[in-house]
Design a protein around this ligand. Structure first.
Ligand code: DQA
Length: 144
C-alpha cells in the first residue's frame, strides 16, 4: 500500500481558531482524520504531520526521499520565502517521486507577498483554494 506523507508547515496546527473566515472552522485534528479517511477510501495510507519548525519540515522531506514516498505539502508561510525548503523539495521530484503543493486558501487572491511560491517551481502540481478538499484532490491524484 502506498504511504503518503502529508506535511504541514507553521501555524496550521492552529486551524479552527486561526482566521476561520479564511481557513475554515475545521481544526487540525479533524483535518487529519478527514485526510486519513479519504486516503483509506482510495487504498492509500496517509501519515499526516504538522510543525512550526523549518528544520523539522526539511528533515521530514529528507525522510520521504529516502523512503521513496510521495508527498503532499502545505508549506504555509514557508511557501513564500524558504529557499531551504525548496532545496529540500526539489529532491523529491528529482528522485522520481511526486510532490503536490496544497493550500487551503487561494494565495493569489490575497496579499501580494502570498502571490510568490518558491515551492511551485519544483512541485509536480499545485492545488489551492478548496479548503480541506485541496488535500483530498491531491490524494486522488496520487491514487491514480
Ligand atoms: C496557506 C497559505 C499561506 O499563505 C499561509 O501562510 C498559510 C496557509 C493555505 O493553506 O492557504 O499559513 O498555505
Amino acid at each position: 500500500m502506498q504511504n503518503v506523507l502529508v506535511l504541514n508547515g507553521p501555524n496550521l496546527g492552529r486551524l479552527g481558531s486561526r482566521e476561520p473566515d479564511i481557513y475554515g472552522a475545521l481544526d487540525f485534528a479533524s483535518l487529519t482524520s478527514a485526510v486519513e479517511a479519504a486516503a483509506a477510501n482510495l487504498g492509500l495510507s496517509a501519515d499526516v504531520r504538522q510543525t512550526d519548525s523549518e528544520s523539522e519540515l526539511i528533515g521530514w522531506i529528507h525522510e520521504a526521499v529516502d523512503a521513496k514516498q510521495n508527498v503532499i505539502l502545505n508549506p504555509a508561510a514557508f511557501t513564500h520565502y524558504s529557499y531551504a525548503l525548496r532545496d529540500a523539495a526539489v529532491q523529491i521530484t528529482k528522485a522520481g517521486l511526486k510532490l503536490i503543493e496544497v493550500h487551503l486558501s487561494n494565495p493569489h487572491t490575497r496579499e501580494e507577498f502570498r502571490h510568490t511560491s518558491v515551492i511551485s517551481g519544483v512541485a509536480t502540481g499545485v492545488i489551492a483554494g478548496f479548503g480541506t478538499d485541496s488535500y483530498l484532490l491531491a490524494l486522488e491524484q496520487l491514487a491514480k
